[in-house]
Design a protein around this ligand. Structure first.
Ligand SMILES: N[C@@H](CCC(=O)NCCCC(=O)O)C(=O)O
Length: 247
């Protein structure tokens, strides 16, 4: 039976109509890399938790929108107008519930930021404005340019075993990043400027990682990216089998 991985959508105004959407490449990487079927989850809030029994994994995708700062106790909003409260109101409770039941979670870019906030951590709102930090934004140009492998990250722990090394090149398309990691998160990748690039949810019973970069963009041509999706698919298969055994 096919694995089913939930992908919460963003709430976007497209041509004057409120729509639920996420880039198709996340589903493509789930099918091609994890051998799982993606199912787009509308960002309708906590009611979505009722679907968790039907899912074998959860992928939190990237998005140009930022997590609302008041959700991590910060009043000053440095990116007004760049938020998606419907998505925040869905992904934060959803990822907590998924982690609690040991469901595999792969959180990418905005996803790692949601993961951290959901578990009680905080974010930098404009990393490029911090002293000593690189500009982690994509810059201008074609999509291939924006998603190019841009800087190295030093990888450790379980993730180093998954990607097959302790130093890899990653793309970089973000202005926000983890400031204070939530309790229970283990940092397993960092950029040379100290920016946290990956975490493992050590406090979760299941396979759960957050990545600040986008492995879905390179999953066909970059071994670390493919390894991440294969490991996620293996974790989802084991989770699904375990639930069947438990049933
Ligand atoms: N908005 C956050 C997260 C950035 C992010 O997810 N970038 C990817 C957007 C492009 C895409 O997914 O197509 C931040 O800026 O830190």
């Amino acid at each position: 039976m096919s694995l089913i991985v939930g992908v919460p959508a963003c709430s976007k105004d497209i041509n004057g109509l409120l729509q639920h959407a996420t880039p198709a490449r996340y589903g493509a990487a789930l099918m091609g890399g994890a051998e799982a079927m993606p199912i787009l989850l509308p960002p309708v809030g906590e009611g979505l938790l009722a679907l968790l029994d039907r899912l074998d994994g959860l992928l939190l995708s990237g998005s140009p929108s930022n997590v609302e700062p008041q959700r991590y106790g910060v009043d000053q909003d440095l990116t007004p107008g760049k938020h998606d409260p419907h998505r925040d109101g869905t992904t934060l409770p959803l990822v907590r519930a998924a982690l609690g039941r040991g469901m595999p979670v792969l959180a990418i870019c905005r996803g790692i930021q949601e993961l951290n906030v959901a578990l009680g951590g905080t974010l930098h709102q404009k990393v490029q404005d911090l002293p000593g930090r690189m500009d982690h934004r994509a810059g201008e140009g074609t999509l291939d340019h924006c998603f190019r492998l841009k800087h190295t990250v030093t990888v450790s722990g379980h993730l180093a075993g998954i990607v097959g090394g302790t130093e890899i090149m990653v793309n970089s398309l973000h202005e926000q990043a983890i400031d204070r990691p939530a309790d229970g998160l283990v940092v397993e990748a960092a950029a040379a400027d100290g920016t946290i690039e990956a975490v493992r949810v050590a406090s979760a019973p299941g396979w759960a990682f957050g990545l600040q970069w986008h492995p879905e963009w390179h999953y066909l041509t970059d071994a670390p990216s493919m390894n991440i999706f294969r490991a996620f698919g293996d974790a989802c298969r084991a989770y699904a089998a375990g639930l069947k055994q438990a049933a």
